[in-house]
Design a protein around this ligand. Sequence first.
Ligand SMILES: [Mg+2]
Length: 369
Amino acid sequence: MIPIDLLEVSTYEIPTQEPYEADGTLEWSSTTVVVVTLGAGGKKGLGFSYATTACETLIKDVLAKAILGCDVLDTGAIWAKMVKSIRNLGRPGISSMSISAVDIAAWDLKAHLVGLPLADLIGKCRNKVEIYGSGGFTSLSDDQLTKQLDGWVYKQKIPRVKIKVGSNWGKLWQRDIQRVELAREYIGNDTELFVDANGAYSRKQALRMAQEFERYGVSWFEEPVSSDDLSGLRQIKESTTADVTAGEYGYSLVYFSNMANSGAVDCLQIDISRCGGITEWMRISAVAAAIGLEVSAHCAPSLHLHPACATQNIRHIEYFADHVRIENMLFDGVAQPKPGGVLSPFFESIGMGLELKAEAEKFRKDFHG
Ligand SMILES: [Mg+2]
């Protein structure tokens, strides 16, 4: 029995590199990171989520009461207590993002207590995971887009890239085609090209766009329609050669089970900072494996790297430009891509191997402000 005797939460807000960024259905000018530190037996563990300041309140007011004093070795029981504690608040959204950050911190703490890299603690089945360069915001100029593609394909040697389409809720569809054409010309035919519409298109529009994108060898069409429209996703999946994918707004096992079993996707995307942390990630991956689906990690590459190394049916990790920049700004110990487009953990490090930098303080939000 090693009781959890410390729980700290801090929130950081990092402005975007450009004045704003956009995909097909959202614009943003900053990203918020909620960082949790748990302590037990003289060791500390770290977890975080890309979320909102409200998570800090929920973690302090609700989750802390549920888990302080619990045996940190019992990560399953800790997770179950958190889920039970938010019954009346609702599982999706803020609750699940909060649970995710704490669950990851609990696993990281447990790894520190036993002195193992996190992947080894969970049950490693690989030493490295493929990544794909991701960004290509609809707010980028053509020059900015090709500069980003240049970084991934020709400097970092990542053979898979993803750009956003669905500009302005699909109203600027001609521009989407022009950008896909530009991307394909720039990266050549040896690099895989993925697109993500973030649910911007209607069903029929998505079917037409899928045909257009096929001409440029697009092999991954993410959220062609809303991820809530499972029959629409399935319709598009059955009519195009590209893999149709979704899952980034999934907050629980049941959501992913419904999506996978409805035949809506060719690859299930899971976000460990939203779905309920490492504990839920492993269960969702198993549900996908049972019907022959691979899973792909959505964003937050540093959080996914160790669990992905312990996931039999992982396809790749999204090496998302925003989060890559933020994780390198906030944390020491962030793994860097290797030629061929893979990430590999520092196996000499304990836990996830991440430490919050002192410089992160300048992005910290005043909780009461
Ligand atoms: Mg997406």
